[in-house]
Ligand binder design. Structure first.
Ligand SMILES: [Zn+2]
Length: 320
């Protein structure tokens, strides 16, 4: 889940007024009506437009804390969340400003709501390798605040291998590594193999197209890699939720879990995503428990802490 993708219309309007940033809409309704994207590039255009209202540390705090409150209302106890530093530094907002607001919200969410979180920094794959490397170097000052690095934005003509050196440098610094393999992209299978063989990812975001190549499925399974699938997001940028594929992934013992991606734009947080896939694929209680358990199993927590969450999940799922 991308923090910038939790920017709901109401907060976007509030921040645009607070910061004197004009938006090309006269009302929240008009803005929501413009969310008519049907592929990754048309979504990204709206996503970056929204980001333009985020300028101060308080803006990033409000963005993140509003999300944590929403997640808490859906009984989320732990979240690994992305942010996109280059989407801010490229418009003159400092890395330190963004991360300070986010860190403050994380710490308040933990103390006030009991919701823990860790932060993943994504590189924008449609920007240059030099920019990604510069971002990695800037992040050295905040190393203790970031658990891992990822790769997002427009996948077309931006294969994972483009950033092989950046990921190698991130690995040397001790970061965990994930990368988006968005659904139904050109060269999806090639990109998935690059993530495995050239990048050495610890996890894959989306990755549904792995099902098209049995040897890829076997390799992902043998490495125990997690796949963070986002059903409602899929329904906006591809031809459907991919619910039957999620069911197939469970049948194949892949460590698939359910995520909300950009919930302000693909309406639905974690509960709505779980419900959507449950209804569409007819999943039973055990399969839903497996999906949620997988999310903890593939998280970047120490093993003991993972197990404590999984034990709580099973207690809840079995009932009193
Ligand atoms: Zn994403």
């Amino acid at each position: 889940m991308h923090l910038e993708g939790t920017l709901e219309a109401a907060l976007k309007f509030q921040l645009s007024a607070r910061n004197g940033v004009s938006l090309p809409y006269s009302s929240e309704e008009e803005m929501r009506a413009a969310y008519d994207f049907d592929d990754l590039p048309s979504f990204l255009a709206m996503y970056y437009e929204g980001i333009s209202v985020l300028l101060t540390e308080d803006d990033f705090y409000d963005l993140a804390f509003t999300y944590f409150q929403k997640a808490h209302s859906q009984n989320v106890v732990y979240a690994e969340v992305f942010f996109d530093p280059q989407a801010h530094t490229s418009r003159g907002v400092e890395f330190a400003t963004a991360i300070a607001g986010i860190r403050r919200a994380q710490s308040e969410a933990e103390s006030a709501l009991g919701l823990r979180s860790q932060l993943i920094m994504c590189f924008l794959r449609d920007m240059s390798v030099e920019s990604a490397m510069e971002t990695l170097e800037t992040a050295d000052q905040h190393r203790h605040s970031i658990i891992g690095v990822g790769l997002d934005s427009d996948e077309k003509d931006n294969p994972p291998i483009k950033f092989a050196d950046v990921f190698a440098a991130a690995r040397d610094r001790g970061y965990r590594i994930t990368a988006h393999c968005d659904v139904d992209q050109a060269e999806s299978i090639t990109h998935l193999w690059q993530c495995l063989n050239d990048i050495g990812v610890d996890r894959i975001d989306h990755g549904v197209n792995a099902l098209d190549d049995p040897s890829l499925v076997a390799e992902i399974a043998s490495r125990g890699l997690g796949l963070t699938v986002c059903p409602i997001s899929n329904s906006y940028v591809t031809d459907g939720l991919k619910a039957s594929q999620i069911r197939s992934m469970l049948d194949l013992d892949l460590r698939v879990c359910i995520n909300s991606d950009d919930p302000a734009y693909f309406p639905g947080y974690i509960t709505e995503n779980l419900l959507a896939v449950q209804e569409a694929a007819g999943l039973n209680r055990g399969q839903i428990t497996q999906l949620v358990g997988n999310a903890f199993a593939v998280s970047w927590l120490p093993d003991r802490e993972k197990q404590a969450y999984i034990d709580r999940l099973h207690e809840y799922a079995v009932g009193p």
